[in-house]
Design a protein around this ligand. Structure first.
Ligand code: ATP
Ligand code: MG
Length: 262
């Protein structure tokens, strides 16, 4: 059974197993002690985040980079790769480490795999959906938050608009992330990003005010099964993903953000 992939490999730490969680994946920013005690104060240790969007908008890239940062922040992280292209699964195969588990499944099996992930002690479940608007409702059903990466192009924005229409018909929390954007200018957003924000003005509250810039560092990190937070931890790309993780953690009332993000 595909779902059993979550169960393979070394033992996954449970929420009461703080020492194991603080081991290598936490890479110096060990927060597990803080995590566990903050959990007593009503913050959450768990979240399910699904990624939907146009083909090539950056779902898998955003997801894998956030997976690495969440693991560095002290969470146990699992990915459900629901896309037949299996990008996240391939990324993990190249990564060749067991710190972030990936299971493959079809759309109808997502819920049972989330339940299995929880039983295995996985705190942050990231779901990589297939491309296209029609998967938005399935994402909305199973996730606490739906992330919609969108490039600042007309074609992407059209699909994003359809996804937003679908998500608005549900109670789902969602956030639109402008990805693979041209670099910011001294005086603010590049024109393409400014226009994208204008096109998204009716749902401006859902649009992350920052951006993930198009950078080769992102491509190279992915090629080696890493996130930019591992490949170039001091780089600007890593800072952008860290800022995104912090924003999502705040939205989801999660405990651990990442320190020192400008
Ligand atoms: N911020 C970025 N900077 C540079 N390249 C990026 C960035 N985001 C994504 N890419 C590149 O864009 C391409 C598409 O990204 P990705 O595979 O993550 O999109 P996707 O939405 O998951 O696509 P699909 O719908 O086919 O699954 C990849 O080659 C990836 O390396
Ligand atoms: Mg993908």
């Amino acid at each position: 059974m595909i779902a059993s992939q979550f169960e393979s490999g070394p033992k996954i730490a449970t929420s009461s197993d703080a020492t194991a969680i603080a081991s290598p994946a936490s890479s110096g920013s060990s927060v597990s002690g803080r995590l566990r005690s903050a959990a007593m104060n009503g913050s959450s240790l768990q979240a399910t985040i699904a990624f939907v969007g146009k083909g090539g908008s950056g779902k898998s890239t955003t997801l894998t980079n956030l997976a690495v940062i969440a693991a560095q922040a002290g969470y146990t992280v699992g990915i459900i790769d629901c896309d037949p292209q299996r990008s996240s699964f391939e990324w993990q195969r190249v990564r060749n480490r067991t710190d972030i588990r990936v299971c493959r499944c079809g759309e109808s099996e997502i819920e049972q795999n989330i339940a299995l992930a929880r039983r295995c002690g996985i705190e942050i479940v990231l779901i990589d959906m297939p491309p296209g608007a029609r998967h938005a409702l399935a994402a909305a059903r199973c996730a606490d938050l739906v992330i919609v990466p969108t490039r600042p192009t007309l074609f992407d924005l059209r699909v994003t608009h359809s996804i937003v229409q679908l998500l608005r018909s549900t109670q789902a929390a969602y956030a639109i992330i402008i990805n693979a954007a041209p670099p910011r200018r001294r005086d603010g957003d590049a024109p393409a990003v400014r226009e994208a924000r204008e096109a998204l003005a009716p749902v401006a509250r859902r649009v992350w005010p920052r951006q993930i810039t198009h950078r080769l560092a992102v491509v190279y990190a992915t090629l080696s099964g890493a996130g930019v937070a591992e490949a170039e931890p001091a780089g600007v790309a890593a800072q952008e993903y860290a800022a995104l993780w912090n924003a999502l953690s705040a939205d989801l009332n999660l405990i651990a953000g990442v320190q020192n993000v400008p």
